[in-house]
Design a binder for this molecule. Structure first.
Ligand code: ZN
Length: 353
């Protein structure tokens, strides 16, 4: 494994002798930096094979013990090995011009302490289904494509209506066209490296290979929408817009995590009349995915979903949580979902154990 400083951790000088490396929580400040240490750090940005460490330290005229000490300090800023089949070393991981650009690779690299390109190469293999391609579904699709997700699937049979149009929706000229055709045109024009597939062209066993399904809903989600996917064991996530803001679920893994019914039961226990209220909200035609709610919600949902997709890609273990954003108070809350013992999903798991 090559020892290499992640180039996305920047070098910043406080003064001619104090160096800060990186700007996030892992940043390291090195006061009274010697010219020898500086040369060694330069070499670490290029990458040092472990068996060359002593030779490189000697070349930088840095005593071996000091080199080891410095390396220990900089450990959180080193790249982890990735699936580098060509033996090129992480610095030489081939750039793929068809992959998303700059900010996505920088963030992927810092998030997983590895080559951003390696993360995006894995995301290109992922398949995410979006159940509705209304204006919010379209934006979610584009956000996932921008982050490198290779295949997006939709079962949407609707046509583009006036409600789906706008600056962050479909152009008015596409009103009346099937949403899936219109969304395909937009994706091809903006990011042809990703593809949108109509679920109706896929066999049920192909649909079951989706890495996750994203459901977007207003106020409450009808169990009929997610039930079949949960029953087939497919990971899924909900993004629900309401009058208070937006709620993003963790990626729910059937049989392993809490489920949407657990959440409904918790709410029924904590909120009087939730059962009757929720059934009335289900029939409401009001929409709450106004621009700020839409952008915040999709941003949060994509962040959580990418954590799961990167875990499948072999980049660490995602910390499963959701979010609740209150647009009245501007408070963002991280939410852990707990199982409800009254839910049948707990019984199913207990009987399988
Ligand atoms: Zn449950």
């Amino acid at each position: 494994m090559v020892l290499k400083l992640n180039p996305n951790h920047q070098l910043l000088w406080h003064n001619p002798s104090t160096l800060q490396i990186g700007t996030d929580a892992r940043s390291v400040v090195l006061p009274q930096l010697s010219a020898e240490q500086e040369r060694f750090i330069d070499a670490l940005y290029f990458g040092i094979a472990p068996n060359q460490l002593a030779a490189v330290a000697k070349q930088a005229r840095l005593p071996a013990q000091q080199a080891q000490q410095l390396l220990e300090q900089l450990k959180p800023l080193l790249q982890k090995p990735s699936d580098d089949q060509h033996g090129l070393g992480l610095a030489a991981f081939p750039e793929d011009p068809s992959q998303p650009q700059f900010a996505e690779t920088v963030w992927a690299s810092l998030q997983h302490s590895t080559s951003g390109q390696a993360v995006l190469n894995q995301r290109a293999k992922r398949v995410v289904q979006i159940d509705r391609l209304d204006a919010s579904g379209l934006l979610a699709m584009l956000a996932l494509a921008a982050a490198g997700v290779g295949t997006l699937v939709a079962l949407d049979q609707e046509v583009v209506s006036a409600a789906d149009t706008g600056p962050n929706g479909y152009p008015e000229g596409l009103i009346g066209h099937p949403r899936i055709t219109a969304a395909t045109l937009i994706l091809q024009a903006t990011w042809p490296a990703s593809r949108l597939v109509s679920g109706s062209q896929l066999r049920p066993n192909q649909l079951d290979t989706a890495d996750a399904v994203l459901f977007l809903a207003q106020q409450v989600i009808d169990p009929k929408r997610y039930g079949p996917w949960a029953a087939r064991g497919i990971p899924h996530q909900t993004l629900i817009f309401d009058a208070n803001g937006v709620e993003v679920s963790p990626v729910l893994l059937p049989g392993k995590t809490a489920c949407l019914n657990c959440q409904h039961l918790h709410r029924s226990q904590n909120q009087e009349h939730w059962g009757v209220v929720s059934s009335q909200l289900l029939t409401s035609s009001l929409r709450f995915d106004h621009t700020s709610n839409r952008f915040i919600g999709i941003g949060l949902a994509v962040q959580v979903l990418l954590g799961w997709l990167d875990e499948i890609g072999g980049f660490g273990c995602a910390d499963s949580h959701g979010f609740r954003y209150n647009c009245q108070t501007a408070e963002l809350e991280r939410v852990e979902w707990q199982r409800n013992q009254a839910c049948s999903c707990a019984l199913v798991t207990a009987s399988a154990a």
